[in-house]
Design a protein around this ligand. Sequence first.
Ligand code: PLP
Length: 436
Amino acid sequence: MQFYSTNRHSPPASLREAVMRGLAPDGGLYMPERIPVIPAAFFNNIADMSLTDISYVVANQMLSPDIDSAEVRRLVAETFTFDIPLMPVRDDIYSLELYHGPTKAFKDVGARFLARIISHFAKTERRGVKVLTATSGDSGGAVAAGFRNVPGVEVYVLYPTRTLSAQQRAQFTLTDTNIRPVEVLGTFDDCQRLVRAAFLDPELRSRATLTSANSINICRLLPQMFYFYHAYASLLRREGMVRDLVISIPAGNLGNLTAALLAKRMGLPVKRLISASNANAVTPDYLSTGVFTPRRAVRTVASSMDTGNPSNMPRIADLCGDDHEALSRIVTGCSVADEEILSTMALTRSASQYLLDPHGATAMAALVKGLRPGEKGIFLSTAHPSKFPRVVEKATGVTFPAPPAAERHAHRIRRISASPDALRRMLLENMLDNTL
Ligand SMILES: *Cc1c(COP(=O)(O)O)cnc(C)c1O
């Protein structure tokens, strides 16, 4: 499979090049040149297949023959050391619990799979491999856990000052391995900007293989397709028949939405999608007007979705052939205010005894408003409620034991200003250290 850049100024790349670059040289995002359609027979048996078996079939469509099938099966099996249950919340609404991985967030799936693909290719790389990733909350920990002790790979986790919870920070600052935490004196959007600038910096590129573990990396995105098929299979198993399925996706950088659109193009029988945002309404506004206006992010209770400039937008535009009309027939947007996120958590707790995290609650709220008679809804629960103890307690009164105490390795944290030059200097210094 070849991958093209959404900016269309770089030549097509092999799977290896696309993964090891993260971002294309022209600043675009890689996308598969061809979107395979999975044979219909797959869906006849899907209800009897395990998560790993389903994922293997989907992965093979994109990765074989660049990675041989036996290796693909191994990478998939190593990714899913945990289950993804589909839990009934209401007669017509189910929660897909994506948070049973090591860091209790859906990002474990993409990060674990990507780490394994990168280490697969790193074995034959001549230079050291450095992974740069920006996190708004949960991806830092997931990426750190995914790459822990992967030989030959060093991971820099950039995070905005102040917005992360102590528990989220602890997931990537409490390890003494190949993970280097970098606090950026700015916002998450600043972190993303710095990472992008580093990828386009010729001097940095000439010294090391720099790649990204954010959803700009195509191999973080592809495994996120697996669980949409698995959700369909789980619903089919429960109900015997699935018609008019609607999936509601809590959206930040739109990685999950991109994966869902890809899955639909590859044949997933889903009727339509809902893209659920918090008060950062840039995507719903785009979906209803056709005009994309990036803006500064505001802080919300669903903080892992606080972005005002979703990085996967170019992929979404390509997937619908820049046809906004066509896109809006498949995806509707919905922006949910903090009060409504909190009241959805409270109501769902009292009516269904089901505990939501604020991100899952955003998607549930959108589904409650958007589901039409006769439709079945699945929303993604993207983080375990215990990751957001203060919000959960405020909304529902449910409390969790305190997270592990302070950051023992705080001295390992580097603090830099929100300028590409500061990141550049830090990376060059470290590369020098490595060669001494
Ligand atoms: C990252 C994240 C999201 C947003 O996912 P995208 O694929 O970036 O849209 C939603 N919920 C949680 C808990 C997250 O960590």
